[in-house]
Write a protein that binds this ligand. Structure first.
Ligand code: DAH
Length: 332
């Protein structure tokens, strides 16, 4: 009887070894466990046989049976550990980030150099107490010319050849018309800057482009003189450029200022570049906007933003600002 049971134990062991060797998932492992150790399992069946053996043989048979049971239990634990480790490794592999892959560069935008320069100019003048005012780019002949003391057929108009929309309607050739709009809507004292886009029928070259930007400045009050104007410009140039630049102030003519001046700047050793026209506001302009030229005086200038940027960054061609080449724009 014992021998018979021992033979069945060996059979079950052989079968176990074969079946457990084929297990490839936790689900299969559970099926195998139930088949051997479950309530109706193969080993459980053998333990039932054990109880039918004569008492003298039970101890030895029990030892053999327990040995097999422990073998099966250890085998199941080992397989479970292996399968769980494999599943975990697979999960990690699927979820892992490859930190060595090059990232996807979304690109960070920046402000156009002309915008940066405009904001810097606005900052400097706002700190000096100037407001920022704006006006339309499509302007009337009256604001762009007549109110600025440039009557129809005046030869000075040749300097500001515009693009005409209609009879009496044009793309403004400078920001000076905003001076008129501001003075007509406010009483003195007035202290404003007016940044904006302007248009001229200029043939593009290294320093001219049909679209460009200016900042107009206007200060009207009692007792202002050319000395104040010169100081403002010098202080502004010093703050904007810092050391290493030279400034030249010389006489000029504009119908809306008397006297008039122009300002040139150069980097030490570089070529002079005209950056602005300026002057004391002409009494005819004050009368036009309803200010009394016996009461107030004032000064104004019109500054080219592109030229300020060219001097500051050492750019030698104005056309670069309008080509929208990110290799150029990204440098500022
Ligand atoms: N508007 C002039 C131009 O575009 C520049 C200018 C000159 C503006 C004298 C002024 C000024 O305000 O006072 O050429």
């Amino acid at each position: 009887m014992l021998r018979e049971l021992a033979a069945r134990i060996d059979e079950v062991r052989t079968r176990w070894e074969e079946e457990s060797g084929r297990v490839s998932s936790l689900e299969e492992l559970e099926e195998v466990r139930i088949r051997y150790l479950g309530r109706k399992g193969l080993l459980t069946g053998l333990f039932a046989v054990l109880r039918e053996l004569p008492p003298a043989e039970r101890a030895e048979a029990g030892r053999l049976l327990n040995e097999l049971r422990e073998e099966v239990q250890r085998g199941i634990e080992r397989l479970r550990a292996e399968l769980e480790a494999a599943a975990e490794a697979e999960r990690l592999r699927r979820e892992a980030y490859d930190l060595t892959l090059p990232g996807i560069w979304r690109g960070v935008g920046k402000l156009h150099p002309l915008t940066q320069v405009r904001l810097e100019i606005e900052r400097i003048f706002m700190e000096m107490g100037f407001d920022v005012a704006t006006g339309p780019e499509v302007e009337t002949d009256y604001y762009n010319f007549e109110a600025l003391n440039i009557p129809p057929d005046h030869p000075a108009r040749d300097e500001w050849d515009s693009f005409y929309i209609d009879e009496g309607l044009l793309l403004r050739t400078h920001t000076s018309p905003v001076q008129i709009r501001v003075m007509k809507s406010r009483k003195p004292p007035v202290r404003v800057i007016c940044p904006g886009r302007c248009y001229r029928r200029d043939t593009p070259d290294a320093t001219h482009f049909p679209v460009f930007h200016q900042v107009e400045l206007l200060w009207v009050e009692r007792g202002l003189t050319m000395a104040h104007l010169k100081w403002i410009i010098e202080e502004f140039v010093r703050q904007f450029f810092g050391p290493g630049y030279e400034m030249r102030f010389s006489a000029d003519f504009f119908p809306f200022t008397e006297p008039s001046a122009q300002v040139h700047i150069r980097r030490e050793g570089g070529p002079w570049l005209e950056i602005m026209g300026a002057g004391m506001v002409d009494p005819a302009v004050f009368r036009e906007v309803g200010y009394d030229p016996e009461e107030v005086t004032g000064f104004a200038f019109g500054l080219g933003i592109e030229r300020m940027a060219m001097l500051k960054y050492g750019i030698d061609d104005i056309r670069l600002f309008f080509q929208n080449d990110v290799r150029f724009l990204g440098q500022f």
